[in-house]
Design a protein around this ligand. Structure first.
Ligand SMILES: [Zn+2]
Length: 428
């Protein structure tokens, strides 16, 4: 395969900017280059020097656009793509009114393929190269998502959503069928192409203790796969969990009791945590996923980024489509900035870009493989136009450094800011 050399501004991270000063964690080059060989990043450095050293490489000059690692969405629901931005309601009403009727439709494998393909194409158009998705209870919904992702060469994480109570007829499985179907899908897809399987109990209100135990047993048999679920999103949800699991110490304990707390666990939202829950997440090395547009849209609350990061808990960033209100990780970064501001913390643009790329990748246990512009990572790349609209361009024209040039695009940008997206070195 011919080598590919991308020229432009480049931004990569050598460390977590939450733990290392930004000037040491981030490496930005005004005239940089990224050499891609066999779908992976082979070299990153001065563009002219790379061009001189690799005269045979096919060159794509992105000018003053910013070459970044592709965005990694660490939590979303592809079956909710067609009902994103549905008005009103809080979490439980919102699920019953909008989500569950739409998820019913995924018994139809043709419909599942249509929406999976649409979602993945929307993601790529927004510069997102990896999605981590809940599916529905239907195995067909999982097959459709993994097959559509493989056709696009994308690294994805997904799993069959398991629910055996508090969901309507047609959207409930059983403890045994959830175990059997999840196991079969896991064995078929995990590690094939660029697929990672995640055991996926939706959240403890929609699983009986028997089902949670079955999921825990499956995870114990396959500890290398991920486990994704929701945790402490809304206060009335937490009260409901307390009623459903009277012996649990807290919400996290409803997972912990059944073997569903571990280092490969991904806990979406994690807003209203008790001190014990934070301690346990930190102790076991679990990851949490911040979904800021969802948290404001559904009125859930303000995630404590500073507190969670200070405890060393791996943290990803996610759209939570369609509870989230945007497919764009730029808009998601903007919402993360706003939520942090409401908690009294101003996140630096480096924090936001890191969360949307390496932070999410590390949450998925894929640090260094995706979400990175460092040598050896897959060449999943997003190229940002930092002057994509007149409003952004007039602001960027006054910028004195990359961060000033980038921040208006984070706050005001959308898919118009995506100049190019590459998946494993292939432009899409
Ligand atoms: Zn969710």
């Amino acid at each position: 395969m011919t080598d590919l050399l991308l020229l432009g501004q480049t931004l990569r991270f050598e460390a977590d900017p939450f733990a290392t000063p930004v000037e040491d964690a981030a490496v930005a080059l005004t005239h940089g280059g990224v050499l891609v060989q066999d779908g992976r990043i082979a070299q990153v450095g001065d563009g002219a020097a790379l061009r001189a050293a690799h005269p045979q490489a096919r060159v794509v000059d992105h000018g003053d656009h910013l070459i970044s690692a592709g965005f990694v969405d660490a939590h979303m629901h592809y079956p909710q793509t067609a009902m994103i931005a549905s008005w009103g309601k809080r979490l439980i009403d919102w699920l019953n009114t909008y989500t569950f009727p739409e998820e019913m439709r995924f018994a139809d494998e043709g419909y599942a393929h249509e929406i999976a393909g649409r979602t993945l194409d929307l993601a790529l158009a927004h510069g997102t190269t990896t999605l981590t998705s809940f599916c529905t209870i239907h195995p067909a919904s999982v097959r459709a998502f993994f097959d559509q992702a493989a056709a696009r060469g994308m690294a994805v994480v997904a799993g069959k959503t398991c629910m055996d109570r508090n969901a309507p007829d047609g959207l409930r499985d059983t403890a045994q069928s959830a175990y059997d179907d999840s196991k079969s899908l896991l064995e078929t897809y995990h590690g094939k192409a660029r697929a990672t399987y995640a055991i996926t109990p939706r959240f403890s209100p929609t699983s009986t203790p028997d089902q949670l135990a079955a999921m825990g047993a499956l995870w114990a048999e396959h500890p290398d796969v991920l486990m994704q679920t929701h945790l402490s999103e809304q206060t009335d949800e937490i009260a409901w969990v307390r009623d459903l699991f009277p012996s649990a110490r807290d919400y996290l304990d409803t997972y912990e009791q059944f073997g569903l707390l571990g280092a490969n666990g991904l806990y979406g939202h994690a807003i209203h945590l008790e001190p014990r829950e934070v301690d346990r997440l930190a102790e076991v090395g679990a990851a949490v996923v911040h979904c800021p547009t969802s948290n404001t849209f559904i009125g859930s609350g303000l995630f404590d980024m500073a507190g969670i990061k200070a405890r060393g808990i791996r943290t990803g960033l996610a759209t939570d489509t369609g509870g989230g209100s945007s497919f764009s990780m730029l808009r998601t970064m903007a919402a993360a900035y706003e939520v942090a501001q409401l908690r009294g913390t101003a996140l630096h643009p480096a924090h936001l870009m890191w969360l949307a790329t390496e932070g999410s990748a590390q949450a998925l246990r894929m640090g260094g493989h995706i979400g990175s512009l460092n040598v050896g990572a897959m060449a999943d790349i997003t190229v940002l136009d930092l002057a994509s609209t007149p409003a952004i361009a007039q602001r960027t024209s006054r910028a004195n450094d990359l961060w000033e040039a980038l921040f208006p695009t984070i706050m005001m940008g959308d898919d118009r800011a995506i100049a190019a997206t590459y998946v494993a070195g292939q432009r899409v």
